[in-house]
Write a protein of this length. Structure first.
Length: 503
């Protein structure tokens, strides 16, 4: 090489560099650039969006993922953990890159075969075992005693639940979940208020064990959806749906969940952006202005990105196209579970009558019964209810509302807890346990409050705007003298009353 003259050596180096450049860059150029899909988006927003669209955090703002392309993700927990706030004592889930198995406290282990992973996504039981364990005419008492019979002795929920607990819960899952948890808590509180401490301890033990069992049942579903986020997120605005949602049914169903939640997330972002661009920040609207949308908008340290209404509308359009385009691919549609195929069409219908009419056509076509479809939708709603509220809260509420609309007037509605949740059976006497505290909210509401110039408005109206109208009616001005104080039953269980699911 050094035998050549200087200019020839330079020419040879240039040729080699050109060959290397072509060999390296040519394959890269075949990769579609997602930013070109955002035609019409302003240059400033496009520049900010390019990096965001390359990460799984873009559509869903998932904790544990880098907020910007190439950002250092060091220090992020690999497994979801439970953090306890040092000031309030409240437990919060900090989700990492893997869902934690609540029994082993290690990353959840999925089944090895695609067929078994579909069962991880939508857990169930063989029909014979289900028939043996299922309650035909369940009541609150029979559900509590039935689940309690599956528990074993132990000093923690982890030690008490058994395989029988999981099987029994799966067999009756459509009659459990949130209403059952609410009813258990109400009856426990009532027992405490009536000084029936043994009954209160019993109900608390059942509640803690049930919460853990439901977590065990749904943790693999959550892991599969978390993995689907990693596939869908980097492909934001890519309408070639089959190229990234996966090949197996469990992958396609999990990706469908992410696509629908992503669509609803961007639709909410659009409503917020339109609200802030069309609503002046005036004194009379201060409370509404500050309480609308994502509070991160007002956090100067927040890493979330907020766009103007025009750019948000364009990106929302892409999210909607992605969510609906899966129906354009017959092979993908055929691998969706029957209840998800039903939901994918039913969520676009406007009235309960239309939903029920479509349901009858659907079961005839699929060879199902209305009872089977109803149970499938309820079970799927319970799985979604166990997802993180951000960003899956709106999506899970939509599925729950769809389930209620499907069952309305059919006799299949879950009403067995109504007498506890909405009637006198679950009522208990409340009291003011912070009456003498300088910072008592009840004392604050009891007293006359003068609104200073520049304030946000009368306190009762402010509370109503935040959705606390019932609180105002119950504890408003002049009612403090009628309320009992310091009855003490809330702490009657002592340390046993602290809900420790983790040890």
């Amino acid at each position: 090489f050094f035998c050549f003259p200087k200019m020839k050596r330079v020419a040879i180096i240039a040729i080699c560099l050109t060959a290397i450049t072509h060999a390296w860059l040519l394959p890269q150029s075949r990769i579609p650039r997602l930013s070109t899909s955002l035609s019409g988006v302003s240059k400033r927003a496009r520049k900010k969006t390019v990096a965001e669209l390359q990460t799984a955090s873009a559509p869903l703002n998932r904790p544990g993922d880098a907020q910007d392309a190439g950002a250092d993700a060091g220090g992020v927990e690999e497994t979801s953990t439970i953090k306890v706030d040092s000031e309030t004592g409240l437990r919060m889930i900090e989700e990492g890159r893997a869902v934690m198995d609540p029994l082993t406290r290690q990353p959840v282990k999925l089944s090895k075969t695609p067929e078994m992973r579909l069962a991880d996504f939508s857990p169930g039981l063989p029909m014979e075992l289900r028939g043996k364990l299922r309650l035909e005419r369940p009541t609150f008492e029979s559900i509590v005693s039935g689940f309690e019979a599956t528990l074993q002795d132990g000093d923690s929920p982890q030690a008490r639940i058994t395989n029988d607990s999981i099987d029994w819960t799966l067999a009756n899952l459509d009659n459990l979940s949130y209403p059952f948890r609410q009813a258990l808590t109400r009856m426990k509180m009532k027992a405490q208020s009536e000084a029936k401490l043994d009954e209160a301890r019993r109900l608390k033990a059942v509640r803690d064990a049930y919460l853990l069992t439901e977590n065990v049942i749904t943790c693999k579903f959550r892991q599969l959806v978390l993995e689907a986020e990693q596939r869908v997120g980097p492909n934001f605005s890519n309408l070639d749906i089959p190229s990234y949602v996966g090949r197996h049914p469990y992958e396609i169903n999990a990706s469908w969940v992410v696509l629908q939640a992503m669509r609803m997330t961007w639709e909410k972002k659009l409503r917020d952006a339109q609200f802030y661009e069309t609503t002046p920040r005036e004194k009379s609207r201060t409370t509404t202005w500050l309480s609308s949308g994502d509070p991160g908008r007002f956090d100067t340290d927040s890493k979330k990105k907020f766009y103007g209404a025009e750019d948000t509308a364009r990106m929302t359009g892409w999210a909607q196209k992605m969510a609906t385009s899966i129906a354009d691919f017959e092979e993908l549609q055929g691998k969706l579970l029957p209840e998800i195929r039903f939901i994918s069409t039913a969520i676009g219908l406007e009235t309960g009558t239309e939903i029920r009419k479509y349901a009858y056509d659907f079961v005839d076509k699929e060879g199902l019964t209305m009872e089977a479809l109803s149970e499938g939708v309820k079970r799927f709603a319970i799985l979604c209810d166990n997802m993180q509220p951000d960003p899956y809260g709106p999506f899970s509420r939509l599925i729950a509302e769809l389930s209620s609309a499907l069952d309305s007037g059919s006799g299949r509605e879950v009403t067995l807890y109504d007498r506890i949740l909405y009637g006198p059976e679950g009522a208990f006497e409340t009291y003011d346990f912070e009456a003498e505290s300088e910072f008592s909210m009840l004392r604050f509401l009891d007293n006359e409050v003068d609104v200073k110039e520049g304030g946000v408005g009368p306190l009762d109206e402010v509370m109503r705007q935040f959705g606390f109208g019932a609180v105002v009616d119950a504890v408003g001005k002049g009612k403090g003298n009628d309320r009992k104080k310091d009855l003490g039953w809330l702490d009657a269980l002592g340390e046993d009353g602290v809900g420790k699911l983790e040890r």
